[in-house]
Design a protein around this ligand. Structure first.
Ligand SMILES: Cc1cc2nc3c(=O)[nH]c(=O)nc-3n(C[C@H](O)[C@H](O)[C@H](O)COP(=O)(O)O)c2cc1C
Length: 372
């Protein structure tokens, strides 16, 4: 079947994968209100396209933390990718590198930092969950540094695991032929079957619920890598993140898998951007499935976006080629959106190119000065 948009991969993945695995990838927490909302909210933002601008050349390139990239679309950390495809994280790493973008490797990957590094060149970030055992965390961060990862994305929305009911019903566990490779040999590489979601039990046993702002400082004492805080949803926390020394902020609700009834990330983005006052870059993930979504996020002030589920679904459908295709489709759709909005570079994308449902009080840009 010819794939014409990113969302089509989900149906293929659903057909191909065992139910327990598909459900783990697809689910959100509890009522899954936020899961729907992450998508729906994009449809409350409309374009104000500008016309008669020479768009024969469009430049999508950007830099993230100083690294040059082909486009502002990156790969979010998603755990256990070898459940989707035998090549798992290797395939994702290669696809990201071929597309000239960044892959973020999950702490709970089924390939280790060293293995992913060995797939070849590429700019990669490492997502960190802070286990109770701080020596283990420090060791892992050092390994990521040695494997040439360029930043740490510290996940700050998971002191406990959100209640994902499908995983509870399915008694989710990691298939026995796989391990959380970063923890292999440390007796923490397995997610066993329990009377619950096996992952929820793993998190309850291993993850440090006491994690707080002082630990963001602690992390800076053990690494020189820039630290992105992943899971910020409010202006208050954006300020604290900057005060704590974060090099960037990822507006994320963990793909609606943690606290249900938090706003869609695209709705929370603008308050975080305003609070950040341009001091650090602000990124967004959650529900990005179209080039138009990428444009909307940038118009609201994001420096780039990350995608989660489209990667695991396309991996399940077609391995590395699937992930490459997802990145290509989003690239092409985003480029087209820019052209049709009259933007030739990311700098030209402004707040005035969109109007949101919550803008009714907002004044339209002043007339009549023709701004070409
Ligand atoms: C299957 C799956 C596994 C995930 N694993 C992790 C993880 O290990 N660490 C993390 O910080 N976030 C994890 N996330 C959250 C993603 O990084 C990201 O925030 C989210 O998927 C973005 O939303 P989207 O899936 O709608 O694109 C996971 C999400 C999914 C769907």
């Amino acid at each position: 079947m010819e794939i014409t948009n990113v969302m089509e991969y989900e149906a293929i993945a659903k057909q191909k994968l065992p139910k327990m695995i598909y459900d783990y990838y697809a689910s959100g927490a509890e009522d899954q209100w936020t899961l729907q909302e992450n998508r729906n909210a994009f449809s409350r933002i409309l374009f104000r396209p500008r016309i008669l601008i020479d768009v024969s050349k469009i430049d999508l390139t950007t830099t993230v933390l100083g690294f040059k990239m082909s486009m502002p679309i990156m790969i979010a950390p998603t755990a256990m990718q070898k459940m989707a495809h035998p090549d798992g994280e290797y395939a994702t790493a290669r696809a990201a590198s071929a597309a000239g973008t960044i892959m973020t490797l999950s702490s709970w990957a089924t390939s280790s930092v060293e293995e992913v590094a060995s797939t070849g060149p590429g700019i990669r970030f490492f997502q960190l969950y802070v286990h109770k055992d701080r020596n283990l965390v420090a060791q892992l961060v050092r390994r990521a540094e040695r494997a040439d990862f360029k930043a740490i994305a510290l996940t700050v929305d998971t002191p406990r695991l959100g209640r994902r009911e499908a995983d509870i019903k399915n008694r989710f566990s990691l298939p026995p032929f796989l391990t959380l490779k970063n923890f292999e040999g440390l007796d923490l590489g397995k997610i066993d079957k329990t009377n619950d979601s096996g992952l929820a039990s793993y998190v309850a046993g291993q993850i440090d619920r006491s994690l707080s702002w002082k630990d963001v400082k602690w992390l800076q004492t053990i690494t020189k890598l820039p630290i992105l805080l992943k899971g910020v949803l409010t202006a208050e926390d954006a300020r604290l993140a900057i005060e704590a020394g974060a090099a960037g902020i990822i507006v994320s609700n963990h793909g609606a898998r943690q606290l249900d009834y938090v706003p869609a990330t695209i709705m929370a983005l603008e308050e975080v951007v305003k609070a950040a006052q341009g001091q650090v870059p602000v990124f967004l993930d959650g529900g990005v499935r179209r080039g138009t979504d990428v444009f909307k996020a940038l118009a609201l002030g994001a420096s780039g976006v990350f995608i989660g589920r489209p990667v695991v679904f396309s991996l399940a459908a077609d391995g590395e080629a699937g992930v490459r295709k997802v990145l290509q489709i989003l690239h092409d759709e985003f480029e087209l959106t820019m052209a049709l909005c009259g933007c030739r570079s990311l700098k030209e994308i402004t707040r005035d190119h969109i109007v949101t449902e919550w803008d009714h009080c907002r004044r339209l840009p002043p007339l009549p000065s023709a701004r070409l």
